[in-house]
Design a protein around this ligand. Structure first.
Ligand code: PRP
Ligand code: URA
Length: 209
């Protein structure tokens, strides 16, 4: 079973409260998601392997650590996942970015894939699938399955808010995938929205509806 990590740093939790607030407007919502994504990128890269190199300081030559060449890829699920990319690139600027376009059919809640464009060397990279919301888990599961069907094997999932139903769905379908969240909320309502959640992440981020 993959690990489940709740990124409970006080700054993340503080900013999360403001994106939950229905009165937070698009500009602030976008900025806060960007900031939270940067902080979560710090957590999700915590286990990157290091190697030792020699560095010449002004005083002596000394052994010191650098990340040992692990290549990363960020895979936002369109649309809402896009809002997390820039924030993550602030910490991992060399990451490549692939896109998976999915939307939930509002009646069936089933994901419909409409676009996939991955880095040419995606199969050699550690891929981080990003989406603010993990509700039924249908979209994340479809995105992960889409990556695996193209030969990708090293995959992590990073979301801001999840319902327990979505976490279980991903753990059942993809037990090899580690999940990182800012919050594990209470449940899904009858319309497939996370409670308490923050509403429709894509609409709030892009000012639609
Ligand atoms: C939202 C959200 C996730 C998905 C989560 O996207 O950004 O991708 O729903 O729900 P699930 O876990 O039940 O699949 P939506 O389908 O609203 O598309 P959008 O990003 O284009 O607004
Ligand atoms: N998608 C969203 O944007 N919000 C939810 O609460 C569930 C799915």
């Amino acid at each position: 079973m993959g690990t489940l990590t709740i990124c409970d740093h006080p700054l993340i939790q503080h900013k999360l409260t403001y994106i939950r607030d229905k009165d937070t407007k698009t500009k602030d919502f976008r900025e806060l998601v960007d900031e939270i994504a940067t902080m979560m990128a710090y957590e999700i890269t915590r286990d990157l392997p290091l190697e030792t190199v020699n560095v010449q300081t002004p005083i002596v030559e000394a052994p010191s650590k650098v990340i040992s060449g692990r290549m990363l890829g960020l895979i936002p699920i369109l649309r809402a996942g896009l809002g997390m990319v820039e924030g993550m690139l602030k910490l991992i600027p060399a990451a490549k970015v692939g896109h998976i376009g999915l939307f939930r059919n509002p009646e069936t809640l089933q994901p419909v894939e409409y676009y996939v464009n991955l880095p040419a060397d995606a199969t050699e990279r550690l891929l981080i699938v990003v989406d603010p919301m993990l509700a039924t888990g249908g979209s994340a599961n479809a995105a992960i399955a889409s990556l695996k069907s193209r030969g990708c094997t090293q995959i992590k999932l990073m979301c801001l808010i999840a319902a327990p139903e979505g976490v279980k769905a991903v753990q059942d379908a993809h037990p090899d995938v580690d999940i990182y969240l800012a919050s594990l909320d209470s449940h899904l309502n009858d319309h497939g929205y996370i409670v308490p959640g923050l509403g429709d992440a894509g609409d709030r981020m892009f000012g639609t509806k």
